[in-house]
Design a protein around this ligand. Structure first.
Ligand SMILES: *Cc1c(COP(=O)(O)O)cnc(C)c1O
Length: 363
């Protein structure tokens, strides 16, 4: 039997009350998390907040859902990207410990190393960069352009090492710096420890406020997943302030999806512990495989299509190593029917622009 109109009225009222309760609850969680984050030292390096923008032409080209982009390619710090938010917390610890030299590691075209070099320069520290020959992509521009050009330009002292010698070289360089009477601080690969992941807890807070103001529901967030700090931080943040938001990590680094999932889960656990909040539910950790291609840093056809489509429909530049593959993942999920047409999906643009120049031949 159909409910009569008084049932409808009562139902609408109950729904409004429940929604009000949830919003109050979320606002309470937001202020709790904001307070806890504010107790952790942080150095300002970023242009914040980064914009949250609709992608109407891409939405139309793909036939829905409603797509938006969180522009963390606009964080500033020497061409932008996700490592800037992590470095705000990491650099604060380095300075508190009296460090005068940041020592870090990454691939030849590492965005993380480029932004670490920039952060060091901005605060008057030295930077020692260990660049690992991990990527089997061979081209002259890969060697000389993009981040390979920018990292030494920002003043970092670069040492290149073979694929399997990175960890050892990193520690040896820290010892050498110490032996010279300087004070090294080792920044982990990708800035992905619990401290760095706080940058993305903070991003989750920022995003939840923006989304509410713009009338965007955080049904799904799609992000590239590599050293895992970005996805882990987002998960920790959104789990507590945006009930129901699903974070889809697209694996662009590890072909073993289970291992990537565990990388994200354990880092999310450490990050929650650092903040003194509840760990995220195990089944909230979602990592999608199938978009990496042959290996980290090797171009795929789906990446090329995604980079072209987004450039031509929205005037928005992605990169070949991370956001191009993550967008290929978003497109693949849409085509597989993972979202319904009225749902909202936010793509987190994590930067990587210099990579376009390094991969010129592949594009
Ligand atoms: C490092 C990086 C990522 C991956 O973030 P993680 O925290 O390492 O998972 C994504 N996009 C770009 C452009 C990056 O440089």
């Amino acid at each position: 039997m159909l409910a009569d109109s008084s049932d409808h009225r009562r139902l609408a009222q109950v729904a409004a009350e429940e929604r009000g309760g949830r919003l109050r609850h979320e606002a309470g969680d937001r202020s709790m998390l904001t307070t806890r984050l504010s107790r952790i030292p942080r150095v300002a390096l970023c242009h914040l907040p980064t914009p949250l923008e609709p992608l109407p032409r891409l939405t139309e080209a793909l036939g829905g859902p409603r797509l938006h982009v969180k522009r963390d390619d606009c964080t500033g710090l020497a061409a932008g990207g996700n490592k800037a938010r992590k470095l705000e917390f990491i650099l604060a610890e380095a300075l508190a410990q009296g460090a005068d030299t940041l020592v870090t590691i990454g691939a030849r075209q590492s965005n993380h190393v480029r932004q670490t070099a920039a952060a060091a320069a901005k605060r008057g520290l030295s930077c020692e960069a260990i660049l690992v020959d991990r990527v089997r992509y061979v081209s002259p521009r890969y060697e000389s352009s993009g981040n390979a050009l920018l990292t030494p330009l920002l003043g970092a002292n670069v040492t290149r090492v073979p694929a399997d010698a990175g960890g050892e070289a990193l520690l040896r360089r820290a010892d050498e710096v110490r032996a010279q009477g300087r004070a090294p601080y080792v920044v982990p690969m990708g800035g992905s420890n619990a401290l760095g992941a706080l940058g993305y807890v903070s991003c989750a807070l920022e995003l939840s406020v923006q989304a509410r103001e713009a009338g965007v529901r955080l049904d799904h967030v799609v992000v590239a997943s590599a050293s895992a700090g970005t996805q882990a931080g987002l998960l920790v943040g959104l789990s507590s302030v945006a009930e129901g938001a699903r974070v889809h990590g697209i694996s662009v680094y590890d072909a073993d999806v289970q291992r990537q999932r565990e990388r994200v889960r354990s880092l999310a656990e450490e990050t929650a512990e650092l903040l003194g909040i509840e760990a995220v539910a195990r089944d909230a950790v979602v990592v999608e495989g199938g978009y990496l291609g042959e290996d980290y840093g090797l171009p795929t056809e789906a990446m090329r299509e995604a980079v072209r489509l987004v450039a031509r429909s929205e005037g928005l530049l992605l990169d070949p190593v991370y956001t191009g593959k993550a967008m290929a993942g978003l497109i693949g999920l849409i085509r597989a029917g993972a979202f319904s047409p009225h749902e909202h999906v936010v793509f987190l643009h994590t930067g990587g622009l210099p990579g376009l120049f390094a991969y010129e031949e592949a594009l």
